[in-house]
Structures are given as structure tokens and as C-alpha cells.
Design a protein around this ligand. Structure first.
Ligand code: PLP
Length: 388
């Protein structure tokens, strides 16, 4: 069988190659390589697309999260809630600033944060009582205070923000949307990135809207927050470059990556539609199999960063993965080790029984090829390999 890649960026490149070369050359000719007019124009366009007042581009999705947490004043003694079924960067941003991530299990159908458990976890933190929800001992210390939530739109599907924002308001917490995988997705008619007080996305090449290097962006409506983020992006600069009012980073986007994102944005909506078509085809091909396809509820549109299937159990998953391997079909397991089990988070002292859903998913999920240019015949082949 011919090889079918998990994500085919070369196919997309072949469609936009001329425009990319032209624009990258014009950036080279311009002499303006970091920030500048390309970046400003892109920020304006992205803010409009997402439906927010401000877009602050930056050097990566991880830096977008770090900058947002910095703007919220997060540091030692603070607790931030998130899920263990995500890419390491989500929790890493919290840890980098010296704060403590506390994990909340996910919903078995959406893979996103379970809002009922989120409320229990907030109450457990407020009352310092791990009978209400499993907490690491460190979060029970008197000086630890819960400040916010990072909700993740995993695999491109938004979390349930009406419920999350309501809870956050009730308990005085901030919400950051980790939209690294969900640019273009929708929740109740609004775009991902605009669904919480702050939205963070990534332009890493494999994300739904990718550049050809590292890049990211932050979205918000709050003028003051936007100013803080712009300052943090450039060493905490004040009204001019050599005046520094806070501790910041070097976290700018460069002009070449901005030009590339701009070109890809021209074809992005078309690609989003093509991704929906791919999922319909997978659903049809796998409807008679014992593999569960992802579920997207009413009022949601996924950006399909990944197409993640659920096998019956670990042995079934291992068989599927072995078959994909044998037939040269691109595949991956997102995520084989939930964050609470990662060595870096051993100190939190969590156990598998604290996160039954994330644990079970880590044994059952696997992701199959997903990109806008996946041919029907290839989808049929992939489905056949795994029993469809
Ligand atoms: C990719 C990703 C990030 C980090 O983005 P980078 O641009 O790679 O730094 C953060 N959160 C999630 C959920 C991601 O998938």
C-alpha cells in the first residue's frame, strides 16, 4: 500500500508555493524582519477573523500561554486548573512561572474538561478538602490560592465555555482558552480564541493554521490586557524601547512567518470545509466497525487538528496501531501519557484512580490521517486497515 501521512503539508505547499515564494522574497527585500507592517496587518486580519478587538502575535503557542499567565500576575503560590489530557505546554506554562497546575479529568466523549468535576475541584481548593475532589498535597497548603482555569480545545473541539465562564465568574477566577489546536473552530456561533477572557493559539506547522516555523497569537477584548501583553512580548518595555516597566520576554513573531500565515488564511475556510468532508467520510467508513469516531455536539464546529478514534480497549488499540504501522499509514497516540503521570509532575503525587477518564483514554485512543487534502480512496484504505 502507498504511504498515507498523518498530516500532508507538502500537498498544501504545492498549492501556494508561488505566492509563498513571492511574499517571502518581498519580506527579504523589505529589510524589516521582526514585527513591522506584515505582522501588524496580520494581527488586524486575525482579530477580525476571530471576532475580538485585539490580536497580539507572538513566538509560539507556549509563549502565548506564558505571556497570558504573566499578564494575569501568576507566580509562586498560585494554582491554575487544567486537564491532564493535553499537550505538555498547557501545564508547563503554569509551572514555568512557579505556579502549581491542578488537574481536572476530561469528558469521555469530547476529551475536554469535565465541567462538573471542574466545579468540584474549585470547591475542593477553596475548602482545602481533597475529599471533594482529588488534589495534590501541595495545593492544600495554606499559602496556595486558586486563580484561574486554562480550558483546552483538544483536537480542535472547543470546550463548553458558557459553563466554564459561569463557574469562573462565580468563584472570581480568570479563564484562558488554549486554542492551539482549535483556530477556526466555533462554539455557539463564536470563533475559537474569543471564547474566554484570553485566547491563545499556535501557528506550529502541524496546527490547523500553521506557518513554516514557530509562531502564535493571543486574542482578547480588554485594552489594558492587550497593552500589557505587547509590553511583555518585548522585554516589558514601557512607552519606548529603552524604558522597562516589568519583566518580559523576547516573544515576537517574525515578518516571514506573518506573511506565510496571511497566505494560508486565504485558503483556510475552504480547508476547514474540506476537513469536515474528511470526517463525514471516516464516519461512513467506520460506522459498522467497533471503533468510536469523535463526537461533535450541536452548536460546535471542530477545526479537526487531529482525528482521534477510540478503540474498545488497550489490546484493540494496539492491534489497530500495529496494522496502521504495517500498512504505512501515518498514526499517532495523542496522548499516551496523561500529564499527571509525566515525570515532571510526579511531585504532585497523583494516581491513575484520580483521573479515570484520562487514564482510560490514554489506553484506547489513536489518531489517524487528517488534513484537508486527504482523498476519499485514502480514507477508505485507512478505515479498512483498522476494521472498517
Ligand atoms: C501545540 C500546543 C501548544 C503549544 O504550541 P507551540 O506553538 O508548539 O508552542 C499548547 N497547547 C496545546 C493544546 C497544543 O496542542
Amino acid at each position: 500500500m502507498k504511504m498515507i501521512p498523518l498530516i500532508d503539508l507538502k500537498k498544501q505547499y504545492s498549492l501556494i508555493e508561488n505566492r509563498i515564494k513571492e511574499r517571502v522574497c518581498s519580506v527579504l527585500d523589505s529589510g524589516q524582519y521582526v514585527m513591522g507592517p506584515e505582522v501588524e496587518a496580520l494581527e488586524k486580519r486575525l482579530a477580525e477573523y476571530v471576532g475580538v478587538k485585539h490580536c497580539i502575535t507572538c513566538s509560539s503557542g507556549t509563549d502565548a500561554l506564558v505571556m497570558s499567565l504573566m499578564a494575569k500576575g501568576i507566580g509562586e503560590g498560585d494554582v491554575v486548573l487544567t486537564t491532564p489530557f493535553t499537550f505538555i505546554a498547557t501545564a508547563e506554562a503554569v509551572s514555568l512561572l512557579g505556579a502549581t497546575p491542578v488537574f481536572v479529568d476530561v469528558d469521555p466523549e469530547t476529551f475536554n474538561i469535565d465541567v462538573k468535576k471542574l466545579e468540584l475541584a474549585i470547591r475542593a481548593l477553596e475548602e482545602k478538602d481533597s475529599e471533594i475532589y482529588p488534589l495534590p498535597d501541595i495545593a492544600l497548603q495554606a499559602d496556595k490560592k486558586v486563580k484561574g482555569i486554562i480550558a483546552v480545545d483538544i483536537f480542535g473541539l472547543p470546550s463548553d465555555y458558557d459553563e466554564i465562564n459561569k463557574l469562573a465568574d462565580q468563584y472570581g477566577l480568570f479563564v484562558i482558552e488554549d486554542a492551539a489546536q482549535s483556530f477556526g473552530a466555533e462554539y455557539k456561533g463564536k470563533k475559537a480564541g474569543s471564547l474566554a477572557g484570553v485566547g491563545c493559539t499556535s501557528f506550529f506547522p502541524a496546527k490547523p493554521l500553521g506557518c513554516y516555523g514557530d509562531g502564535g497569537a493571543i486574542f482578547c477584548d480588554d485594552d489594558q490586557l492587550a497593552e500589557q501583553l505587547k509590553s511583555i512580548r518585548v522585554h516589558g518595555q514601557g512607552s519606548d524601547k529603552y524604558q522597562n516597566v516589568r519583566v518580559g520576554l523576547t516573544a515576537r513573531l517574525d515578518a516571514m512567518q506573518a506573511a506565510i500565515v496571511d497566505i494560508k488564511l486565504d485558503i483556510f475556510d475552504e480547508e476547514l470545509e474540506k476537513r469536515q468532508r474528511v470526517t463525514k467520510k471516516y464516519e461512513a467508513c467506520l460506522s459498522e466497525s467497533d471503533i468510536q469516531c469523535p463526537v461533535v455536539g450541536d452548536g460546535y464546529l471542530s477545526a479537526w487538528a487531529q482525528y482521534t478514534l477510540r478503540a474498545k480497549d488497550e489490546a484493540h488499540r494496539d492491534n489497530c496501531v500495529a496494522a496502521l504501522q504495517r500498512e504505512s499509514v501515518g498514526h499517532a497516540i495523542y496522548y499516551p501519557i496523561p500529564l499527571y503521570k509525566q515525570k515532571v509532575y510526579e511531585y504532585l503525587g497523583y494516581q491513575d484512580s484520580d483521573f479515570p477518564v484520562s487514564y482510560s483514554l490514554s489506553k484506547r485512543v489513536f489518531s489517524v490521517p487528517m488534513h484537508p487534502y486527504l482523498a476519499d480512496a485514502d480514507i477508505e484504505s485507512v478505515a479498512k486497515v483498522i476494521g472498517g
